[in-house]
Design a protein. Structure first.
Length: 570
């Protein structure tokens, strides 16, 4: 009875023992490392990094996981290997003294190989077995396998001895890496090793348009799920880094926290709060519209909040950006000195798109910033097509959003088909899009800013004049006149005219106020005079009234006295 797909998915997955490599990214792609106690084939052309992969596998096993290892080389001598990896910080001599690793060089001469049916690897088994037992090795590297069979033509002997070698390594219970040169149309020169290996990893070093890129692909991995795509990897002073950049799941967390753009008037256009933390922002515009200034303002504000920021510049050097931003009031050097701001400047042609992505990924992992700036992304068109740049940015945005890192891109618009495709393609990926354009009128050029979109928030739909001054960046409020929206000197002239009109109106009002005040004083003076005149008349009337009353009293008294006198005479 066959099982349905749902029944199969419900079955428990068997545990598969694996050996961690310690190589950044590779353990994630392989789901935990290489198959433990089994052989793995690493194949590829010259210069693709097979030996370095193997060395890191041995060194990490000894230093990180307590598993001693044997590195048996059929090409490079032990002292050459020691010198080659010293630049990575690995002291192989010390590790040999501590009996954590053992380097062994086996010299094979083609002239000494007799092509007979009695050819075998018994001598190698004895020598390798002794090396394993001498330090209790758990890991083995054979570099490279072609030299063992360089003089053999008989495919039957070759196949038999290869199978014996792989079976012998499994019996010794050691996790093994065997390196092999890429063949013509096959993974290896003999075309047999890949069939009997439990895991096959193909390394590729490509050069396209004079740009080199190293890629890794897991061809097969018996008994284990694994990533099947091509993954770019980087070789630098710290070793190998593999970037698993093909995750397309949209499961990252989001936050409602808002952060300032560094331009208060722009924040007002975004509900007065700025952008969402962990969002992606695109600033596009023609040359000279201030895209770098906006990005620098964003970085400057983040550093003022004591947040770390990485600024990837593809057009200007760090010192040039620092000098230019100082002229508009941003001192970026202080943030560099404080360890909050880090610049990484390079021409896009330094690496291919995949290598740029790997280096960006690695620097972000090391510096752990809260904000990332890429200025400008349109320069990447020189090393890839529009679709390739968009694919790279999709993976970068997914990576940054999974870590809640806010990213700002700048893009140069040239009014060409390529740049329009770039703007349209990238703008669909980002959460917010600011467009800065030239506004030409009255014989002068000014800047205008639009908020084309800002997901998850209300935003202004108005065009604001964007002004760059020695005190920073500002957005001027919309100024309307009967002729429409005014910018630049026309706006200033209209504002001056309105200020003058207001002053004249204020003067006229003040003059009327003074005239009214003067008339009020005259009227009050007249009222006071009339009041005094009324009081004087009132006093005269009161005086006449009093005199009349007094005269009447005197006459009455006199009359009474006369009457009294007349009576006395009688």
């Amino acid at each position: 009875m066959s099982l349905t797909s749902s029944q199969k998915s419900a079955l428990p997955l068997p545990s598969f023992p694996k050996a961690l490599t310690g190589i950044v990214g590779l353990d994630e792609i392989t789901g935990g490392g290489l198959p433990k106690d089994r052989p793995t084939l690493i194949c590829g052309g010259t210069g693709c990094g097979k030996t370095l992969f193997s060395i890191e596998f041995i060194v990490h096993g000894a230093m990180l996981y307590g598993e001693p290892g044997v590195f048996m080389s059929f090409e490079e001598k032990a002292e050459e290997l020691v010198l080659n990896v010293a630049s990575l910080g690995y002291d192989l001599n010390q590790l040999q003294q501590d009996k954590l690793i053992k380097l062994d060089h086996v010299r094979i001469e083609r002239s000494e190989i007799e092509e007979t049916g009695e050819y075998d690897l018994d001598g190698l088994f004895i020598r390798l077995g002794h090396a394993i037992d001498s330090i209790g090795a758990k890991r083995v590297v054979l570099d490279t396998i072609e030299n063992l069979f360089s003089g053999l033509i008989d495919q039957g002997i070759l196949r038999a001895e290869l199978r014996r070698l792989f079976e012998w390594l499994k019996a010794k219970k050691v996790t093994t890496i065997i390196t092999g040169e890429k063949g013509d149309g096959t993974l290896t020169r003999h075309g047999l090793e890949e069939y009997i290996s439990d895991c096959v990893i193909l390394l590729d070093h490509r050069v396209a348009n004079q740009i080199s890129t190293r890629l890794l692909r897991i061809v097969k991995y018996r008994g284990s799920m694994h990533g099947t795509n091509e993954y770019p990897f980087l070789i630098d002073q710290s070793g190998i880094s593999v970037l698993p950049v093909t995750s397309l799941t949209l499961t990252h967390d989001v936050t409602s926290e808002r952060i300032s753009s560094g331009i208060p008037s722009l924040d007002k256009m975004l509900e007065g709060k700025g952008f969402f933390r962990g969002s992606s922002i695109l600033v596009s515009g023609t040359a000279g519209t201030g895209k770098t200034s906006i990005a620098a303002s964003f970085a400057h504000e983040a550093c003022n909040r004591k947040e770390r920021c990485i600024y990837f510049a593809f057009e200007e050097s760090p010192q040039q950006i620092i000098r230019n931003m100082r002229s508009i009031g941003f001192d970026l050097q202080q943030h560099i000195d404080a360890g909050l701001l880090k610049f990484h400047a390079s021409r896009p042609t330094l690496n291919g798109l995949e290598m740029h992505l790997v280096s960006i990924h690695k620097m972000i992992e090391e510096f752990d910033p809260q904000l990332v700036v890429l200025d400008p992304i349109t320069n990447l068109i020189t090393v890839g097509t529009v679709s390739e740049v968009k694919s790279m940015l999709i993976r970068l945005i997914d990576f940054l959003q999974s870590k809640q890192i806010t990213v700002m891109f700048t893009a140069l618009s040239l009014n060409t088909i390529v740049s329009e495709q770039t703007d349209e393609g990238v703008s669909s990926l980002v959460d917010a899009w600011l467009l800065v354009r030239d506004i030409e009128s009255n014989g002068e050029r000014n800047r205008g800013m639009y908020v084309m979109k800002s997901r998850g928030m209300k935003h202004s739909n108005q065009v604001r004049e964007f002004v760059i001054t020695d005190e920073g960046l500002h957005l001027v409020d919309v100024f309307l006149s009967p002729e429409g929206v005014l910018t630049g000197s026309a706006r200033e002239a209209q504002q001056l005219q309105e200020v003058t009109g207001k002053a004249l109106r204020d003067y006229a009002v003040n003059r009327k106020d003074r005239e009214i005040e003067r008339k009020r004083l005259v009227l009050e003076s007249k009222i006071a005079s009339l009041k005094e005149e009324f009081e004087s008349v009132q006093d005269e009337l009161n005086k006449a009234y009093v005199e009349e009353e007094l005269r009447k009293d005197v006459l009455e008294k006199n009359r009474e006295q006369l009457i009294k006198n007349r009576h006395n005479e009688q």
